[in-house]
Every structure is written in C-alpha cells, then in structure tokens.
Design a protein around this ligand. Structure first.
Ligand code: SAM
Length: 277
C-alpha cells in the first residue's frame, strides 16, 4: 500500500486521543449528523453502518430515529469508549477497507469525518458499496477548505508564518482532498454510485478562552497534532500568539458571553452522498 507508514501512524494516534477527541470535537462533528442522516434517508427500520465511528455519535443518532445501527472503527480504545457511551449500538473493531459484514447487509453507510484519514478512501467506498443493498445510500463528510473551516485556516496560516509545514510526517493523502465537492462527486461516481451530490453544511466550534482552535487541533486529533508538536518551542509560542490574535474576530461581544471569552468559530463541512444503483 502506498501509505503504509501513514496508516500505522494514524492507527497508533487514534488509540491515544479518545477523551481529547470527545472533549474538543464531540460537540462539533455531531452538528452535521442530522443532515447526514437525512442524506442517508435514515428512519424507522433502516439498517445503518457507521464507518470510522469514533465515539459512535452517528450510529446513536440513527437509533434515535428508529433505525438499527452497527459501527466500526479501527481504534480499540475508541471502540471501548464508544461501547460505554452507546451500549445500544453493535460496535466492532475493524478497518474501513475490510468491513466484517456480508454483501448487501445495510440500507445506509455513513462515514462522518473518516475519509480524510483513510490511506485508501477509494477502497473504503468499494467496501461501502459491497455491504449496501441495491438502492442503499452512502454519505461522507470532510472539512470545508481552510478558508471557510477557519479553525484550520487560522492555525495553518500561523504555522506557515512562524513555523514549518514540512516536519517529516509520513507521506499521506491530502488532508483537504474531499473539501472539494467536485472531487467528492468524482470519487463516488468512480466507485459506481449514482445520483451523487455534495453540499456544504454549517458547523460552529464553540470554545472558551483561553482555549483556541490550536488547542483542539494539538490535542484532539492525529495529523495536525503531530504537525504542531513538531514545531520548535519558540515557533509554537509565536503560532499560539498569532492564533490568539486572529481568534478575536470570532469572540462573542454580547455582555452575556464576553466575561467568559466564548468563541464561535466557523467549521463547515462538505457532505457528499449517493445511491448504490
Ligand atoms: C475524526 S474521527 C471521526 C469520528 C466520528 N465519526 C465523528 O464524526 O466524530 C476519525 C475516526 O476514524 C477512525 N479511523 C481512521 N482511519 C480509519 C480506518 N482506516 N478504518 C477505521 N477507522 C478509522 C479513527 O480511529 C477515529 O475514531
């Protein structure tokens, strides 16, 4: 596989950020789940699979709509945590590229913020197609480009200004590949799906100063965290200062929030979906 080293790096990373992921991203990625469940046409009786489920929020939301849900993630510690949070979901430890399910066993497959982490996203879509019944729906989300997902934008700009982007991380697929709706449509169509569409969905990162998006990216994920941890101490201090300055534009001026330093940072995503013919 082209990205073997990256695959091992991601797997090891996700084993160690379970609680931090939930703390920083737990209330963010769920904001696009209603739109994803709509795109998947999840309702009473739907059999849904949540791929790269993390703490299992999407599967749990599907069950709230009257569906039944299975969920996989390759991180054993993520799955252990998810099982505690959502005992109603059937969790398994598995890779998105080798789903432990029979062909045509689901009506819907959702991949919420997983595709950008996969070494072989095309293979994951092939697997989604295999386990879907005819007429079944697939959907995935990925962050919008950093100009609009400004939590990423301000941190990456700050790294570019004061630090280094090339820090010797394992070669990986581009982080923002699926921020391009055309690329989403292309990859879905190439995987044999029809009626593909891709739309941006609004999400807002609620943070409270002194925490900024830098803290979220440095502690709550894997690839961006490694990029930030690889900066020199002095560069990181400058990056921190730069982000602290930029984040002011997103602080809430209302009297109610000002004293708490509440930030509302736009973090939209692209939601792509299609049908198995
Ligand atoms: C950004 S989190 C998304 C979690 C959740 N779906 C959400 O929307 O918040 C990415 C998740 O993908 C999992 N993951 C990454 N690569 C994977 C792969 N190749 N196969 C299965 N899970 C993977 C990680 O362990 C992590 O839990």
């Amino acid at each position: 596989m082209q990205f073997d080293e990256f695959a091992a790096f991601e797997k090891n990373g996700w084993e160690h950020v379970v609680q931090q992921y939930e703390d920083y991203f737990g209330r963010l990625t769920v904001q696009s789940h209603p739109a994803m469940l709509d795109a998947l046409e999840v309702g009473p009786g739907t059999r849904m699979l949540d791929v790269a489920a993390g703490p299992g929020y999407l599967a749990a939301a599907a069950i709230e709509r009257g569906a039944t849900a299975a969920a996989i993630d390759f991180s054993a510690s993520m799955i252990a945590h998810a099982r505690q949070l959502h005992p109603e979901v059937e969790f398994q430890i598995a890779g998105a590229e080798h789903l432990p399910f029979d062909a045509e066993s689901f009506d819907a497959v959702g991949i919420s913020f997983g595709m950008l982490h996969f070494p072989e996203p095309e293979r994951a879509l092939e697997e989604a197609a295999r386990v879907l019944r005819q007429g079944g729906r697939v959907a995935f989300t990925a962050w919008a480009p950093p100009e609009r997902a400004v939590g990423f934008g301000m941190v990456l700009d700050a790294v570019q200004l004061h630090g280094k982007l090339d820090v010797g991380l394992p070669p990986s697929p581009p982080f923002f590949r699926f921020s391009d709706p055309d690329e989403c449509l292309r990859v879905l169509t190439e995987a044999g799906f029809t009626a593909a569409r891709a739309d941006e969905v609004e999400q807002t990162w609620h943070l409270v100063l002194p925490e900024t998006p830098l803290d979220g990216l440095m502690h709550g994920g894997v690839r961006m965290a490694a990029l930030l941890r690889a900066q020199s101490k002095s560069a990181l201090a400058q990056i921190e200062q730069e982000v602290r300055m930029r984040v002011k534009a997103y602080s809430q001026q209302g009297a109610q929030h000002a004293q708490f330093g509440e930030l509302l940072v736009p973090m939209p995503c692209v939601l792509a979906s299609a049908t198995k013919p």
